[in-house]
Design a protein around this ligand. Sequence first.
Ligand code: NAI
Ligand code: 15L
Length: 269
Amino acid sequence: MTIRAHQKLLLTGAAGGLGQALRERLKANCSVLRLSDRVAFGVAGAGEEVVLADLADAAAVDAMVQGVQAIVHLGGVSVEGPFGPILQANILGLYNLYEAARKHGVQRVVFASSNHVTGFYRQSETINADAPARPDGLYGVSKAFGEDLSRFYFDRYGIETACVRIGSSFPEPKDRRMLATWLSFDDLHRLVTACLTTPVLGHSIVFGMSDNAVTWWDNSRARHIGYAPQDSSDIFREAVYARTPAPDLNDPAVQFQGGGFVKAGPFAD
Ligand code: NAI
Ligand code: 15L
């Protein structure tokens, strides 16, 4: 059940894949949904506001954040690549976001972190939120920075954050690895709703996954969030096995949780 816990909620990265998936779903969570991205993505509908902002532009981010009670932060570079854009969007941009949140009294943030914070754990390991970060690239490092930055803003200023280490959130799992990492769009919304509405969030790390039979992640440290996934990748297993080759166990992309990200790059800036 979705609770309309906030008057005005900000969704960044609204033009992206997950932003589009959450746009309609999040309207049930608030009276007004403010949507933001740096690229144009259409006009505001009923109950919506649209604010274009580049996360690297502190003044634009300040205006984007003013007047909201909570933020679902999806904006930023979402894959491994050259460091320049990652630095601007995921590091400087996140600092700008938390500074604006501090100035404007935002109480809670749901931060789209990533499984690539821990991508260099092996697929034969099960880890929980206490496992030290082992980023599998500069993108993963930027998300680890976001987890640390948000912890600082909680310890110092009391802004609560859920760092959601999203696995693979797409309409369906695309390959065998995603049978373990898949997060359905409806479960993503359930998880974001739980993060927005649990009474005491503090600073929490939660793995964003559906109820998949094979998993590398243990969410027992996040029980206080109250996330109960209702979907599973298991219904896709047979079809995924039929259309994909048997894995090469010597391939780092098969050995490590981060999959292909562990061997991506280096990229020229
Ligand atoms: P996406 O790449 O489709 O969307 C990201 C959005 O951020 C884009 O619309 C882009 O224009 C915007 N953006 C990029 N740089 C920006 C900047 N400097 N200023 C303002 N906006 C900027 O990514 P997707 O799949 O929707 O993911 C959303 C978030 O979730 C990302 O932060 C990503 O790292 C995270 N995530 C997603 C996963 C997935 O399976 N889809 C898995 C793990 C994490
Ligand atoms: C991510 O962090 C990316 O944003 C997404 O595009 C997927 O590649 C996902 O991880 C994944 O690991 O499958």
